[in-house]
Structures are given as C-alpha cells and as structure tokens.
Design a protein around this ligand. Sequence first.
Ligand code: PLP
Length: 390
Amino acid sequence: MSDYTAGRHFLQTPGPTNVPDRVLRAMDHNAINHRGPEFGALGRQVVARLRQVFQTEGIVGIFPASGTGAWEAALVNTLSAGDRVLISRTGQFAHLWELMALRHGLDVAALDTDWRRGADPAAIGALLRDDREHRIKAVCVVHSETSTSCMTDVAAVRAAIDGAGHPALLMVDAISSLACADFRHDEWGVDVTIAGSQKGLMVPPGLSFTAISDKALAAAKANKTHRSYWDWEPLVASNKTGFFPYTPAINLLYALNEALAMLLEEGLANVFARHDRYAEATRRAVRAWGLDLQCQDPRAYAPGVTAVRTPDGHSADKLRSVILENFNMSLGNGLGRIDDKVFRIGHMGDLGVLQLAGTLAGVEMGMRVAGVPHKAGGVQAAMNYLSGNN
Ligand SMILES: Cc1ncc(COP(=O)(O)O)c(C=O)c1O
C-alpha cells in the first residue's frame, strides 16, 4: 500500500462539493478589517448576488454556521414553545427538523411519507383546512431531500396553504437545492428559505443563508422567544451596510463572492439545465445497471444527487468503501432508516461532463470489484445520453 494516491480525489458526495480553483484562489487572501470600507463593499456585493440566486428582493442574512444553524435561527425567531408546526417527514433531513422543533418545545404535526417521494401538497392542504383555529404557525418542507434525492414542489405547497386560507408561514430547507434547481423565494411566496455554502454554491462548509419575507420578519418582531446570536434583527441592518455585528468569516465571504460571480457568469438557467442533464444521465446509468432509484416519483427527481438502492443483501457501505479504496472516490452514505441500503451519487456544484462520466465509471467498476450484482452498460447509457445519441 502506497502513502500517496496519484490523481485527484473524486469528491462525489452531495455536499461538501468540489471547490473550484477560482474560489480557492479568492479565499487565499489576508484578513482585512471587517469594520473597514473594503469589507463593507464585499458584504454588500455578496448580498446583492445572493439575492439573485434566491430570486428575492428581500433580506438574505448570513450566519457563520452550517445549515443547521440557519434552521435553529428560523425556529427561534418565528416560533415560541407550544406553537404547532407542520413537518412533512420526507427523509432524514426533515426528521432532523422535527427533532430540533421538539427540542425547542414545539408541537409537531407530522405527515409521513415512505421516503421515496416529496411532500404531498394535498395532504398538507387537508391538514391545514382541519386546523380551523390556526394553531399551526409554520409549514416546514425540505426542497431537495438530500437523503432520498426527492424534491418537494414548493409552489404547490404554497398553493395548498393559500387554498386552505391558512396564515401559516412557509419555511423551506433549500440547503441542497439552491444553485442546483430553480428556486424562487419571492414568486413562490416562501417566508423563510435556508441554505448552506457547501453544496450548489461550491464554497467550503461554514456559511448559512436565510432569505426572509416581510411576513416572517413581522412574526419575528412579535415573537418573544429568547435569542441572541441567532436573532435576525441585526441581519436586516447588515443587509444594508454589508457589515456584521460580530467578526465575519471573511475568507469564506471572499470565496462566496467568487462562486456567486461564477454562477452568474454561467447563467442560472444554464446551471439548472446542467444539473438536470447530469441527473438524467445518472438515472440512465442506474436503470441500465438494473438497480433501483430511491426516488420513485419521476416528477420529484433531484437534480443534484441520486440515491441508489443496492440489491437486497448487498451492503451499500461496503460498496462505498471498495470504491474509495480502489478508485479514490467518495460517495454519500445512506442516512437514517436507509442506512447501508442506499449510496448517493452527488452531481452538484462544480462538475464537468467528464467528471460525471468518471464518477459513473467508478461506481460501475466498484460494483464489479465488490461483487454487487448489476448489468453492464450503465456508463455507456450515460455516455450515449451525454453525447446526444440517446
Ligand atoms: C437538505 C439538508 N438539510 C440540512 C442539512 C444540514 O446542513 P448542515 O450539515 O450544513 O448543517 C443538509 C446537509 O447535508 C441537507 O442536505
């Protein structure tokens, strides 16, 4: 066994994703005075660019935290212990929302799914119509459930809330969809959208983002729940000035500014189309291998990640470790109740066609080495599609 592995490691997890060289170079910067004019200009530019990606004219706050921090902020700013929240149990990340809500003393109305599709807007609407006293204060959904690779139709959830004539806030976890899939915070009437730096945004982990509607800001103003670091109020001021109330993650913000510039140069519509194309190529490979997709609703396929079920009796974790050892590639593991049954191919962020083809080749060769039964031809099916001969 050699101490050095030649060639680039393939980081094909659904976050963190590969950080482009341009972004790495932008981070390679001395610290600057975070109360000085250079930082203010950086902060304002980052917010202006983030607004384009969230498709909002409103507040986009930045916390130096992982996405989970933005969740906690969303809950403590808008809700108080005893408030009821509706959570659709679409997968592991929705499950974690629920656990956090329970820890904050919230009363959770949960809608179960089989983890193989997105949230059901009709079921959400029915539950809201039954809630005549409007005890439910917020509806929380995960746009792209990274654990299952299923999307929820956020516009349809908004329509269900409106159709029920219900005033609940709509809170969306867009951590693994932002900058991979079209996301329209304003047009879809989302009140709180949270995201993180380490997925479609192509920045190392450590920053989280929160887009906030006027209605959510008003709810936060009226809400008496104690909070300090997670308070949204300073974010509002910060959006105007570009300055933070504490020492910001300066170098991550340089990285983010460059990554946002790259996304806008490529054009958001092109970024989304690229992800859709990679996801389709990946699914074609999976089908040709004769394996099952975790997501069973074709309308809900995620553009940034594909969760694949290994045949019964074959460990997905073993397959991943064989692929890591033999082919120097990291894939995402199955989470929660699909632990060891699923492996996840991340195809989000800074990824070219040949990197995707190499990723799928690594999976196919890994299955051969690990003895996972499959048909040959998955990589070929993906290449046929990617080269236009589909
Ligand atoms: C959909 C989704 N929500 C929440 C999280 C948690 O975010 P973080 O790990 O940045 O706290 C993740 C992380 O993978 C995620 O994919």
